[in-house]
Design a protein around this ligand. Sequence first.
Ligand SMILES: NC(=O)C1=CN([C@@H]2O[C@H](COP(=O)(O)OP(=O)(O)OC[C@H]3O[C@@H](n4cnc5c(N)ncnc54)[C@H](O)[C@@H]3O)[C@@H](O)[C@H]2O)C=CC1
Ligand SMILES: O=C([O-])CC(=O)C(=O)O
Length: 319
Amino acid sequence: MPKGSKVSIVGAGGNVGSIVAYSIAMQGLAHEVILVDRDKDRARGKALDMNQAAAALRTHSVVKAAESYEDIADSKVVVITAGFPRKPGMSRDDLLFANADIVSEVTENVVKHAPDSIIIVVTNPLDTMTYVALKKSGFPKNRVIGMAGILDGARMTHFIYEKLGFGAGQIRATVIGGHGDYMVPLPRYSTVAGIPITDLLTPGELAEVVEATKKGGAQIVKLMGTSAYFAPGKATAIMVEAILKDSKKIYPCSTLLEGEYGVHGIPNGVPVTLGADGVEEIIELQLTPKEREEFDRSVASVKELIDILESQDYFGEKK
Ligand SMILES: NC(=O)C1=CN([C@@H]2O[C@H](COP(=O)(O)OP(=O)(O)OC[C@H]3O[C@@H](n4cnc5c(N)ncnc54)[C@H](O)[C@@H]3O)[C@@H](O)[C@H]2O)C=CC1
Ligand SMILES: O=C([O-])CC(=O)C(=O)O
């Protein structure tokens, strides 16, 4: 691992952030993992617990609780999971105002103390929070990335397995679009050991897989009273790994579209290559008219939230 592979996680006292940190530390992906949370004792406790797990595993990653934002200096990646999770009956969009304020505050501190970092946003509503971090940081778009597509694809993979009853570990599923009720699962780009799932499942079964994927987050919220964290945390750690290793692997991530997919100025989930510069390439899929329509609907739903923030001059751009 190159010297200086330092990763900071803001919101690490919470469910998702602590799984991100734990995954990175247990894999020995970074020399230093910094836990930032407004609940400092929780961050201190998690750091002790993770360091002791690292000692048991004999891995070299060192986990530290931040005493102040100064401790995130020189981070290669800063992950933002700070913010409220939804409760049963809520949509992710209901978190808009409360979490926009948190993401704004965190981003301002990232700019001040880790100005060269790559930001991975996890806080919901994801695509809009990615936009908030982008605007508030002024970072180039390749350095502000939203996590959702890896998670949504993993959920679809699981639901395909549930239908098939075989192929675990060999299923690849693709989900694009925003991380909300209008996400776009793509059976046409999903395979089992290279075999298109459209050859293995009936249209009715595929429709059930698509529906289950869209409701995958809400299903867990209903069962647990709060949202998922193991799969979201792991999905985020996968993005961190691709950046630290400069792997250039392709993953669906939320990124600002500036003409790609015919979209201008809205972040949305599309396949990208992830490397040391963050988002290095945006890959344009050739969508069918129906897929295109669904993607456009998803973009529109993100734009509605951004418009709400802009109508209140959230980014201070009105004269
Ligand atoms: N993009 C995605 O696919 C997913 C997004 N999420 C989102 O991630 C966020 C976090 O979820 P959980 O970890 O379950 O919530 P949580 O409540 O367990 O953790 C949030 C943490 O953020 C901290 N925090 C709040 N405001 C802060 C601030 N201003 N500065 C520093 N720390 C602050 C809290 O003290 C808490 O420890 C939620 O918004 C949730 O909706 C969750 C799962 C998947
Ligand atoms: O469902 C939620 O609110 C959290 C989330 O984004 C997910 O697990 O997909």
